[in-house]
Ligand binder design. Structure first.
Ligand code: B1M
Length: 217
């Protein structure tokens, strides 16, 4: 679709104002929010990602594209109305220590909120202590961790060990994701689940809730 291509091109160019206008226009044309997100906004970030990797663009361009992507996400967010969900749950979400990437995590949060779950986003660069503090404060059913760097993904293992030690009475499940994460890595560090994207994260949460959480309530 032409308009989605234009959204992607303008994310890549970092033109926030045009991205906002195009997203509004796409919504008025009744294009599905998920399509605008995945085939428009995320597509543009993917192109920037490849160029960044090949040293064709540098951090300033990536930051400008990030800003444009977020401007588009802000327009979409109110349209992702929560669907009725009988598996109500609270999920604490954060990007692990040393890692500042938050676009993917925000998308996952948006998709889960849309399913009716209560999300507590504790931000980026989150240490093991902060995850534990949030777990005690919020009493969630699940913890979600995101990592985009091969250097920060290893830290997830430490957090999982501490969360498991601390969640004796309540079975807090841990899900992980992010570009370098795989199912085999999730198995290796004993995460309860891995999802490659926002839509699969919503399925994963639902399945884990059915399988584990509701039998403990
Ligand atoms: Co960064 N960066 N970056 N960067 N950056 C990557 C990740 C990189 C792959 C680029 C590359 O190709 N070289 C590379 C990592 C290489 C590696 O570790 N192997 C990299 C690097 C090296 C760096 C720096 C070290 C660069 C430097 O300073 N020299 C630096 C590190 C900073 C830090 O974190 N300490 C850095 C900085 C930055 C910016 C600040 C400029 C910016 C981040 C801005 C922000 O997020 N606010 C940035 C960006 C934007 C990227 C790329 C280009 C795009 C990431 C993104 O937003 N993708 C990225 C290249 C790439 O990934 N191809 C790159 C779009 C997003 C929708 O996808 O985040 O994968 P993603 O999220 C998906 C899934 O992964 C999944 O669902 C999401 C939605 O579909 N998912 C989950 C994510 N979390 C989940 C959690 C779940 C489930 C699913 O459950 C809990």
């Amino acid at each position: 679709m032409k308009i989605l291509k234009e959204i992607a091109n303008n994310v890549e160019k970092g033109d926030s104002a045009t991205v906002k206008e195009l997203v509004k226009k796409a919504l008025s044309q009744k294009i599905e929010t998920e399509e605008i997100l995945n085939s428009g906004l995320v597509k543009g970030m993917d192109v920037i990602g490849v160029k960044f990797k090949n040293n064709e663009v540098f951090i300033p361009e990536v930051l400008i594209a990030t800003r444009a992507m977020k401007a588009g996400m802000d327009i979409i967010e109110p349209y992702l109305t929560p669907e009725k969900n009988r598996y109500k749950a609270k999920i604490v979400m954060g990007t692990v220590k040393g890692d500042l990437h938050d676009i993917g995590k925000k998308i996952v949060c948006m998709m889960l909120e849309r399913e009716g779950y209560e999300i507590v986003d504790i931000g980026i660069d989150v240490s093991q202590k902060e995850f534990l503090r949030a777990m005690k404060r919020e009493n969630p059913d699940m913890i979600g961790m995101s990592a985009l760097l091969t250097t920060t993904m290893a830290y997830m293992k430490e957090i999982i060990e501490e969360v498991k030690k601390a969640s004796v009475k309540k079975h807090v499940k841990i899900i992980i994701g992010g570009a370098p994460i795989t199912q085999s890595f999730a198995d290796e560090i004993k995460a309860d689940g891995y999802a490659p994207d926002g839509a699969s994260a919503a399925d994963l949460v639902k399945n884990l809730l059915k399988k584990y959480i509701y039998q403990f309530k």
